[in-house]
Write a protein that binds this ligand. Structure first.
Ligand code: GCU
Length: 616
């Protein structure tokens, strides 16, 4: 009997004798260390502001029609007969680099908000006939529709989280056509919503890979220290495929420990490991252990650090020791290139700059960054605040918006739950207080704790004044009762008065919790000098830093700070000619990579805080 018939019978047998996990919404864990083929490179593209390739002239989606006709770009039709009417051609269209936003690749696209169609041709021969193949996207901003060989794989919403689709049964050995419609239009009901202070970079902004796995493979796992213990490793393993009840081995060779567990009918098993001694991950010694997870046909290897993070009264304890988080905010942008950061080199550049500040911590604003940033921070010993893009005026009453925010949070935690460097999941940034907003955020916080109870929860809250006392600033927010760390943004000296206003401000913060400041800062054009009261000079920004750090140090619960921001970054809101020119100038490093005077103020403060906490 021919092999192909045998394979068909094999799949028929599998389908009949066991239940396959067919959920299309699962994520494959640890894609970088799987059997992957990169689809990065030049992709043909078609700009489609009227979505001509998606809707027919009656505004009906082609991909919901049984006979989509030649107008559907995702069919990637070729002109084969002179009589045919086809009004597009990927073959004859220009190309964009993937990964990468489109805005920074072509001046015509700098401000473009709409749809662009991408097309990548590829051949693929599976290394084993029974294997399965997925296409995995690191992210696509903001909404994407994915098609392979004319068949719809799915729609993904959210510009900063990964997604994957199984393509096993659609693949051809030659001439596969992967077509992706990416639409970066901002939406009122979106997450984030219409208004943000960052550039709306659109496109396939992160790696695209093919992932080949056995018919039953290790889809997901969680391996961390069990909450409240110092040396009990606990977690789960999730198989995906046709033979879901298997023996799975989890092994950490360097600790000379392993365990075997049997997965249940859904392919899941929980486990614990009790090593004699664990070298705990910390900034001074970011120890990562090789973890091997093996089932019948699949072995996955990861590098995982083990540490505890908790709060106790107003202290933040890393491995039981009180710490001060010496941080800085970072947008996912390579300012020198002026586009989305997406590579390991970009991650290295950004985190090296943070290290030069003597940071032990970074706030990755205002959305989940690419996986290189998290894995590089893990290796470098830099603790991380990750943030869900629930930013400013979200539609708190819209159930679809809540579902969207919940899915993005779930995918962010799913991808990075094994990274020791991630210590805080942030629910939001500067959201206006209302019952609807607080309920929305509480729902997210409950979800985060359900998915991962080993990390801390926070959010960037706002503050308010006291009409009876102009020098009092108050941190009081109903959501503060639901977070582990009280964290807020403040701009005294920039948006709120002049720098010397900091000298007289008193802070009222009635929470017996650690307090961190997730933003303060001022704008300065690198290289512009003058007196400390002249806006946009480096001296003005420097003075805000000196006076703010002194002001914040008076707060008894003060345990960390992430000034806004490491590098200048693009924003369409910042339009002052010859100063901003479409850039937010609050970086302590300029768009050209040159440090400003405030950089050195912050580093000196961090050197002092490091000394202070080392002596504790
Ligand atoms: C806000 C906001 C940032 C913004 C910054 C600024 O606090 O969180 O996204 O860029 O202030 O005004 O520069």
């Amino acid at each position: 009997m021919k092999t192909s018939k045998l394979i068909l019978l094999f799949y028929l047998f599998l389908a009949l004798t066991s239940q396959a996990i067919t959920k299309s919404s699962f994520l494959i864990q640890n894609v970088p260390n799987r059997n992957i083929i990169s689809l990065n490179g030049k992709w043909n593209y078609i700009i489609d502001p009227y979505e001509t390739g998606y809707y027919d002239y009656r505004y009906k989606p082609y991909d919901e029609s049984p006979n989509p006709g030649n107008g559907a770009f995702y069919l990637d039709k070729k002109q084969t007969d002179k009589t045919e009417l086809i009004e597009y051609s990927f073959d004859k269209s220009p190309t964009l680099w993937v990964p990468g936003d489109w805005n920074s690749q072509d001046d015509k696209l700098l401000y473009y908000e709409g749809t662009i169609w991408y097309r990548r041709l590829f051949d693929y021969a599976k290394s084993s006939p029974n294997n399965r193949v997925f296409v995995h996207f690191g992210a696509a901003n903001y909404e994407s529709d994915v098609y392979l060989n004319g068949k719809k794989l799915g729609k993904h919403i959210g510009g900063f989280t990964p997604f994957n689709y199984e393509i096993t049964n659609l693949l051809k050995e030659k001439g596969n056509s992967l077509v992706v419609k990416v639409d970066n239009k901002r939406k009122r009901e979106g997450v984030p919503t219409l208004n943000t202070d960052w550039w709306n970079y659109g496109g396939l902004t992160r790696d695209v890979n093919l992932v080949e796995v056995p018919s039953t493979f290790i889809q997901d796992y969680f391996v961390q220290l069990k909450k409240g213990t110092t040396n009990e490793i606990a977690g789960f393993v999730q198989l995906n495929g046709y033979v879901l009840q298997q023996t799975v081995k989890i092994r950490i060779p360097e600790l000379k420990i392993s365990t075997e567990v049997k997965t249940d009918s859904t392919g899941k098993a929980i486990f614990t490991l009790n090593p004699q001694k664990i070298e705990r991950w910390c900034p001074e010694d970011p120890k990562l252990y090789q973890v091997e997870i093996t089932c019948e046909d699949n072995k996955v290897i990861d590098k995982i650090g083990f540490r505890t993070i908790e709060t106790k009264g107003t202290d933040i304890l890393l491995n039981g020791k009180s710490i001060f988080l010496r941080g800085i905010c970072i947008h996912e942008e390579n300012a020198l290139r002026g586009g989305r950061a997406y590579s390991e080199q970009d991650a290295q550049m950004l985190l090296n700059s943070a290290k030069e500040l003597n940071c032990n911590y970074v706030r990755l604003a205002h959305y989940p960054h690419n996986e290189y940033m998290i894995r590089k921070a893990d290796e470098m010993g830099i603790m991380v605040w990750e943030e869900n893009p629930v930013y400013w005026t979200i539609q708190w009453d819209n159930p679809e918006t809540l579902a969207n925010a919940t899915q993005q949070l779930t995918d962010e935690i799913s991808r990075d739950k094994n990274r020791a460097c991630v210590i805080i999941w942030s629910m939001a940034n500067e959201t206006p207080v209302s019952d609807a907003r607080t309920n929305f955020l509480k729902t997210l916080a409950n979800k985060a704790r359900l998915l991962d109870n080993t990390r801390l929860i926070s959010a960037a809250l706002e503050t308010h004044g006291n009409p009876a006392n102009p020098n009092e600033r108050i941190v009081e927010d109903p959501f503060a009762d639901y977070v582990d760390i009280v964290n807020f943004n403040e701009y005294v000296g920039w948006y709120d008065g002049l720098p010397d206003k900091c000298d007289n401000i008193s802070w009222t913060i009635k929470y017996n919790k650690p307090v961190m400041i997730s933003e303060f800062g001022a704008g300065a054009l690198q290289g512009l000098h003058g007196d400390a009261l002249t806006r946009w000079t480096e001296e003005y920004q420097e003075d805000v830093y000196v006076r703010t750090l002194k002001m914040l140090s008076k707060i008894p619960q003060f345990r960390g700070v992430t000034p806004w921001i490491l590098y200048d970054f693009r924003s369409p809101k910042r339009v002052l000619p010859n100063i901003q020119d479409g850039w937010n100038r609050k970086g302590v490093i300029g768009q050209n990579g040159t440090k400003k005077k405030a950089f050195y103020v912050l580093r000196k403060f961090y050197d002092e805080m490091e000394q202070k906490y080392t002596k504790k």
